[in-house]
Design a binder for this molecule. Structure first.
Ligand SMILES: O=C[C@H](O)COP(=O)(O)O
Length: 318
């Protein structure tokens, strides 16, 4: 990851007069969705780029040591070797950006990656994911335990109650404490945008999270009714841009929740390129949080490389 965002003091003026023009945001989102039309050759290159930005995720009640191991193996070799060989990409070290699991499964992922002598980062959700409705001490303890087990990235959830009641400074204080509990681990702050009500709240929550020292801001847990939308991403990207202009610190962006298709991953890359620029087109500053996107990308790569559609038994790990 890039150098960290140290955060700033809480500046009320960064959020107090904000009003987001919803109509303009929705119009821009429509525009971005309408403009993807890549030639096959370029599409494959962009799809491989998308893979390198995925936080390959499993966040389910029935997660076990074995499915977490399987996830890690897939993260290390996300596309079939022979397909990559055909396009001369087999020796480029293509992996996903990280794996993302619940705190109780961090040790499983760390052990597997170590045994495979692979240094892929392990991200853990924490702080009472997904609702964040547990006592502060429990939320902090969860962060510390995930870090102690070897997670180097912590995806924390914000306290939506504080956001919805306009207690922005209290939210800042909580996030500051999470940041301290993370230590050297990078903090990715989940805004749960589907529960924030307005674009203006999304912008304010983004700013507060960055002032509190988040290394990434992330749209959603994947468990809300509405998760990553392009419109919300535009609002968050503008906040990231403004924060960068004010402080010189680049904060990463992670859309997550409901991202399932290769086509969507291309739209996300295009949105980031247009709204934040090429610097953000790297896993240091951009992640796609997804549990079931990779299989569709791999199928599309298969199709682009072989000219055929893959039968299910041809991509068994997908
Ligand atoms: O943080 C990642 C999300 O939980 C993944 O959501 P998803 O299962 O809808 O892809």
């Amino acid at each position: 990851m890039s150098c960290r965002n140290p955060g700033t003091q809480f500046y009320q003026e960064h959020i107090s007069k904000v009003r987001v023009n919803a109509e303009a945001v929705l119009e821009r989102a429509k525009q971005i969705q309408g403009q993807m039309n890549l030639k096959k050759h370029w599409q494959t290159a962009w799809l491989l780029k998308a893979i390198t930005c995925i936080d390959l995720t499993t966040l389910a009640g029935d997660d076990t040591t074995s499915n977490v191991r399987r996830l890690c193996l897939k993260a290390i070799q996300p596309v079939r070797y022979d397909l990559l060989k055909k396009i001369d990409m087999h020796d480029k070290g293509i992996t996903t950006a990280a794996v993302c699991v619940y705190p109780s499964r961090v040790a499983d992922a760390v052990v597997l990656l170590k045994s495979a002598t692979n240094s892929l980062p392990v991200a853990s959700v924490a702080t009472g994911f997904p609702a964040g409705q547990t006592p502060m001490e429990a939320r902090l303890q969860e962060v510390r335990m995930a870090v102690a087990d070897g997670a180097t990235e912590i995806d924390v959830v914000i306290n939506r109650t504080l956001a919805l009641t306009g207690k922005w400074e209290a939210m800042y204080d909580e996030l500051r404490q999470f940041r301290e509990a993370c230590g050297e681990a990078h903090m990715k702050t989940i805004l749960a945008v589907g529960e924030l009500g307005t674009f203006t709240n999304v912008y304010k929550a983004s700013m507060v999270a960055m002032m509190a020292g988040s290394d990434f801001i992330k749209t959603s847990t994947g468990k809300e009714a509405v998760n990553a939308t392009y419109a919300v991403a535009i609002v968050m990207a503008r906040a990231i841009r403004n924060y960068y202009m004010c402080t010189g610190h680049k904060v990463g962006f992670k859309p997550a929740g409901g991202i399932r298709t290769a086509q969507e991953s291309l739209i996300w890359l295009s949105l980031i390129k247009e709204e934040l620029g090429n610097d953000w087109l790297s896993p240091h500053l951009f992640r796609l949080g997804a549990s079931s996107l990779l299989s569709d990308i791999e199928r599309q790569v298969y199709h682009n490389v072989t000219g055929q559609y893959a039968a299910y038994n041809e991509l068994p790990m997908a």
